[in-house]
Design a protein around this ligand. Structure first.
Ligand SMILES: [Zn+2]
Length: 265
């Protein structure tokens, strides 16, 4: 849950412009779609956005959805370091708590920036009471190419958490980002559906994700290098139809529900 200009690496440039806010409008589109299809979801909220838009979280919680944490500033975790990471978690958790009386159980890092290089971050999440993380994306460049594709439990020594990676489709020795972002908007729906079915047959969930700006194809844009521009602003005109198709075809719930099921199984 972030605004259209929360593109990692670009935020400092944008903060000078006092940009127009679009997040409320876009979140309402997501909430309407979920309500129409009778689905609940998890909203990883950026603390700074919740502070700017204090009516957003009550709106989301009122729809029966889970509120989790996306940190406060949208800075990458290695850049923050351990002390500032813990501070951001506490600050965001306090904002979420004051607006909704909810204690977040899950975390997702900006640009999948938790990795094997930040083992301290998983320990901090566990120490701060988090039950799961969904920040490890098994992709080259933005994630960990060799990362797990199925959910797994971290050992107590590395921060006792469930790890819930987003959906990818294995292809020729690497993974396609079919679970969200440009991949969910770009790859053919039959490919995405068959990957979900395959995972479900193995007893595993498929984790899909979406930014509010992806439902705003004609909203404002940052000037980005061509490849980044495609990743952020690539095909967006049929996102709502694609989501509706997936929500109707499969049964979805919040990540917290998955964690409950896992722990009671
Ligand atoms: Zn983000």
């Amino acid at each position: 849950m972030e605004d259209w200009y929360h593109v990692c690496g670009e935020e400092e440039r944008v903060s000078l412009l006092s940009p127009e806010r679009r997040v409320r409008r876009n979140v309402e589109l997501i909430l309407d779609l979920l309500a129409e299809e009778g689905c609940t979801a998890t909203f990883f909220m950026l603390g700074s956005v919740a502070e700017q838009e204090p009516e957003l979280l009550p709106l989301i919680a009122g729809g029966g959805h889970e509120i989790a944490s996306h940190g406060y500033s949208h800075r990458l975790i290695p850049e923050l370091g351990a002390t500032a990471f813990r501070e951001e978690l506490r600050r965001t958790s306090a904002i979420i708590g004051s607006q909704t009386q909810v204690v977040p159980a899950g975390f997702r890092a900006p640009r999948w920036s938790l990795s094997r290089e930040t083992p301290w971050a998983f320990e901090i999440l566990a120490e701060e009471g988090y039950r799961y993380d969904s920040s490890l994306n098994p992709l080259p460049f933005v994630g960990d190419r060799l990362g797990a594709r199925l959910p797994f439990r971290r050992g107590a020594s590395g921060g006792d958490l469930l790890e819930l990676p987003p959906l990818v489709t294995p292809f020729s020795g690497f993974n396609l980002p079919t679970g969200g972002g440009w991949g969910l908007r770009f790859f053919p729906l039959p490919l995405i559906c068959s990957t979900i079915e395959k995972l479900n047959r193995q007893g595993a969930p498929a984790v899909l994700y979406l930014h509010p700006r992806e439902l705003d194809p004609f909203g404002p844009r940052l000037e980005l290098a061509p490849l980044k521009s495609f990743v952020v602003y690539g095909p967006r005109t049929d996102v709502r139809q694609r989501l509706r198709h997936l929500l109707q075809r499969f049964r979805f719930g919040s990540m917290c529900q998955l964690v409950e099921q896992w722990q009671s199984a």
